[in-house]
Design a protein around this ligand. Sequence first.
Ligand SMILES: [Zn+2]
Length: 376
Amino acid sequence: MEDFILIGERDVLVIHDDRMLAHKPDAEEPFQPGKLDSRVQAILGGLFEAAVIKWSYPEHPGRLLAITDLLTREPVPGVRYETARAATEEELGRVHTTSYIENIYALRGKQAWLDVDTTAVSPGSVDAAEVAAGSAIAAVEAVVGGRAGSAFALCRPPGHHANSVRARGFCLFNNVAVAAAHAQAALGCERVLIVDWDVHHGNGTQSIFWASPDVMFFDTHRAPPFYPGTGSKEEVGEGLGEGLTVNVPLPAGCGDPALIKVYREILVPAVEWFKPDVILVSAGFDMHQLDLCMNLSYNGFGALTGIVQELADKHCDGRLVMVLEGGYHLESLARGVRTVLEVLAGGEPPEIEEPGLREVAELVAFHSTAFKGSVA
Ligand SMILES: [Zn+2]
């Protein structure tokens, strides 16, 4: 048996850099506004359906501020902070084409919409996107280099919808893919596992590693046609990568027990077989019950973290890196991140049970002696 570990006994590095706050697209910028509204509603599952709420770019700097604000008010023992560096063109070029990178660089200092898929930039966005990818690189360097037990890159703009040639779904550079490629090209890792538990399918990451023989991509998400419309279970990769893309499309409303079952019964055997050298998690928090359409609780995120941490401990010396993706409800985003950090720092992964069952069992016991025999 393992010794009992307390929060703070595992060392966790959080990568956070204020330069990522400079990405603040202006939703007022005209761009097929009617079409845009419907696209955004498709992505956010009707979050803004009540049209009385004025639409603003949902992937905004307040997301990071909500997280750092909570972590300042309620620090997690064992968590250290470092700033990031900007990813270089060479590092980005491992997963994006040169022409795509040049096109993004050309937008530096400008304000623009990139496409109808709600992806826009403000004057500070390109710098922010380079630092976001650099954060994921810094996190994987720290963990693989042994400077940190595990790491969490608090990055934005997010990355998992961006493929090698296209910005999509609030994403410019694919941060987790850049980190995975860096682990292989610069840090000596052979096999990399990417787990994506954002509620949206990580179509960009899937596309980048579709035929890769040494990157396994495991994604749980709301089933298509939910945005981005990909991620059916038949999508398994191709060529040398066949079998290394694992999609688990789920119905709306799934909660802790369903997700835990998926991770224990599909991810665990896949990882036993694949034996990665490092595990990266595209950690979105939009599966939380306060966010779009799923029913995960904070305990659910804690339990999923416990499962991937156990896999990392068993197969790759605990090398585990979280890379922030989505999560648009500020409270559940911040508290979700904090819950994950608690488990990374050594906190016991929570036991999952159907909400209320324990209380109901006590109530059943309380009332059990009241109605013996019959009233007449
Ligand atoms: Zn998402």
